[in-house]
Design a protein around this ligand. Structure first.
Ligand SMILES: [Zn+2]
Length: 294
């Protein structure tokens, strides 16, 4: 009889020994592979962490290198705009340096002709001009920043100096009109005789804050030293407009520029006759800016 025999007990012991050896071995193997896997996971997490720390370090370093990034923490556009929309056959009339004694005349014409335009304004202390800023916004036009002082040597002496002068016009527009300006125009254009060394840095910093710079591709040439007539100003604009499919017209809104104010009506009519739509600049539009020199 097998059960109860010596051979049975021998085999029983053998099976018990095999189980006693095999089970812990199997466990330790699975444990070993688990640990290996965990080690790999930990290594990859550590790698990711190191990567993030490196990025964080780069960012902090950047701030240390560029201390102006921490200036004026409330000097930011309300949201990020892609500034990438292109509309063909549209021309944007822009008026720099206002408000002035001519602003109301220009606004009257725009109202009559049912056209929206863009005003890049500078800092003001008198209430009449502040009322004009309000009127620009109330009548549906775009108001943009053009610096507070318009003092070339002052604003282009450093990135900090530029921010020091842009922040007060940002605040003045906001407090006077209730509108937060997003677009801006450099006095003298984004690349000029005064900012050669730092214009790229200024553009980068302003764009980091969410603002959109706008130059022009049609100059009314109304800012020249010699007197220009309104007929000449109109001709300057229409001649250039014939060569573009989207255009930004640079004009000036200052007390001395009466010829410009007189030209606005004809400029609008001639551009409309050529098939252009006239509109105001808005933050989602791709800006027209001068090409970088290098
Ligand atoms: Zn200007």
């Amino acid at each position: 009889m097998y059960f109860g025999s010596v051979r049975f007990f021998k085999n029983l012991i053998l099976i018990a020994v095999v189980i006693l050896i095999a089970v812990p071995t199997a466990f330790s193997f699975s444990f070993y592979f688990d640990i290996k896997e965990q080690k790999a996971t930990i290594a990859s997490l550590q790698e990711q962490l190191a990567e993030r720390e490196k990025l964080a370090e780069m960012f902090t370093k950047n701030e240390e290198d560029l201390p102006y990034q921490s200036l004026y923490p409330d000097f930011y556009a309300p949201e990020g705009y892609h500034a990438s929309l292109i509309k063909d056959d549209v021309i944007y009339l822009t008026f720099d340096d206002g408000p002035s004694a001519n602003t109301d005349r220009i606004l009257d014409v725009l109202k009559q002709e049912e056209v929206k335009a863009t005003f890049f304004v500078t800092g003001r202390t008198n209430t009449t001009d502040l009322e004009r800023m309000k009127r620009i916004v109330a009548e549906g036009h775009t108001i943009g920043m053009h610096s507070y002082s318009h003092n070339y040597t002052k604003i282009y002496s450093s990135v900090e100096a530029f921010l020091d002068d842009m922040y007060p016009i940002f605040m003045q527009i906001k407090e006077t009109t209730g509108e937060t300006p997003v677009i801006f125009r450099f006095p003298g254009g984004s690349i000029n005789a005064y900012n050669g060394d730092i214009y790229q840095e200024i553009i980068a910093e302003m764009m980091r804050r969410g603002f959109v710079p706008w130059d022009w591709n049609i100059s009314a040439q109304d800012a020249t030293a010699k007197k220009v007539t309104s007929a000449q100003i109109t001709a300057n604009v229409t001649a250039r407009a014939a060569k573009v499919n989207r255009g930004v017209v640079l004009m000036h809104d200052s007390a001395a520029k009466t010829a410009t104010a007189s030209a606005v009506k004809n400029i609008i009519r001639e551009l409309k006759n050529k098939g252009f739509t006239l509109d105001k600049i808005t933050p989602e539009l791709k800006p027209i800016v001068f090409p970088y020199k290098d």
